[in-house]
Design a protein around this ligand. Sequence first.
Ligand SMILES: [Zn+2]
Ligand SMILES: [Zn+2]
Ligand SMILES: [Zn+2]
Length: 369
Amino acid sequence: MPELRKDPILGRWVIIAHERAKRPHDFKAETPAPGPEVVCPFCQGQEDKTPPEIVAYRDFGSRPNGPGWRIRVVPNRFPALKIEGSLNKRGDGIYDVMEGIGAHEVIIETPSHHTSMATLSPDNIREVLWVYRDRLVDLKRDSRLVHGMLFKNVGIAGGASLEHTHSQLIVTPIVPISVWEEMTGSLEFYNYRGRCIYCDMVQQELTAEKRIVYDSTHFTAFCPFASRFPFETWILPKTHSSHFENIPKAGVDDLGHVLHQVLNKLELALDSPAYNYIIHSAPFDHGELPHYHWHIEVIPRLTKVAGFEWGSGFYINPVPPESAAGFLRDVEVVAADPRPGLIDRAVTGRWLTNVPLEKMGWSSEGASN
Ligand SMILES: [Zn+2]
Ligand SMILES: [Zn+2]
Ligand SMILES: [Zn+2]
């Protein structure tokens, strides 16, 4: 059974995953590039290679755990947290510990192996967003669980262990410290000014324009003023909302389009980089909060987080967010091909697709070098 342990100084919780126990020699210095996969468990026709599906969006007449699906959600085969059992909160001297109860699910976004999230059609992406929402609505009924985090790892530097495009959902019995810090900071602003800091940020970015990557009816994407990483991009709803799972249909329709634009701009501008995206949303056990505003953080993995960053919490970002946003704005994403999963793309402006960061005078290393 995994265990949750609390750092008594920072209040940060750590998942100790006993069952994934490894010996020192299992941790190699570098992760080798994966060879050609003999059988990918996420491909169509390999449904028996995953645990049974929790939910799937399927073509009419197809059977569960067989082919004919467009999106499949399955439990993670090596879950960081497990759904069965009780929390059993207890002390161990000065330390707090509880059982690692939670959910760890994998969302397989397409049956096709050689497709990235960016090359899915906006309609495919909309279905992925609906699945995200459905899973949160379902899991928030479990009173032991308080927060759900949806995230995506792409590429080896992004932490992906399988090439086939997928995202993950980890639902925890405690609020992750990153969300807690955002909620605390935004509450402080709200108590002082009576407004949501994220709403203010959206207004200022739309007025200033210089950090806007893409703007749409219901959402805006921009490189944040204090970007930690080159080309870090946030997507925020323009209307205040604290919980992602309360997104209306018009919101899903528009977000599918905006996410398609942003991911294509990153793929085209940075030659399909490794990246992560994370959806930060308010905890389940609160109603609508006036001070917190859900958002997506997209983080290309172009620099290495090294000693200084780990030790200090400071990040050194070699690309000013104003320049990053300018480059991304100039990448034109041509409308999707009507055939699902295929898209015609073109680049305009001063940006070429295969220019590594170094050639543009930016180091891809962190402060270690
Ligand atoms: Zn595959
Ligand atoms: Zn707001
Ligand atoms: Zn955030």
